[in-house]
Design a binder for this molecule. Sequence first.
Ligand SMILES: [Zn+2]
Length: 224
Amino acid sequence: MSIVRALRAVFAVVVPLLLIGLTTPAQAADWPTPVRVVNRVTTSEPVVFITLDDGWNHDPAAQNLLLDRRVPASLFLLPGAYSYDAGYFHTLLDHGPARVENHTVDHPNLTTMDAAGQRGQLCAAREKALAEFGQEPRLARPPYGAYNDTTRVVARACGAKALVTWTYDFTTWSGVTPPTPALKSGDIVLLHFNETVAVDLARALAAADAAGLRPAPLRDYIPD
Ligand SMILES: [Zn+2]
């Protein structure tokens, strides 16, 4: 067999295998089931869910608050934001009930990317979190809350059981603190590790207290 013919034979097998992850459900029987998208949890329990994104600011006051209150926060961390100071998050994950979740590698708008691009972002972020913290992310938060049908399928392929957005953003952006809503059971609170994270987190915990709600681990309230 000539080299050209041998290569053709290899490509005839390999190329369809590569494409199988990029086709539509009608074309591939093993296409993963799209994950659900969750912006709040339906529950009768008096619980609220605290989530913190990105991870650029490593404020000791926020770390203390999370540990002292034993907040089972979901941390949607970017690898670039923990690679230079992973200890901050190791302390949170090893000494408290917080869990690391998936927020992609580079924080792109996933809806601008094809399936392979989205898969590269979500699967690589999962692997990096696993390698650094020994914990597997089970939830994925698309940057900017932007996702499409492809994202829901790719998230499943990359180990997530849900795409999580949020009910209320408590983040102070550019010095502007949003009005504090009356929280209800099942609400998902969005915060960011920015320069006001400790104050924003304290405000969110106070709002939960005022509503008689306790912070609970989000991944435990979302079925597989
Ligand atoms: Zn983000």
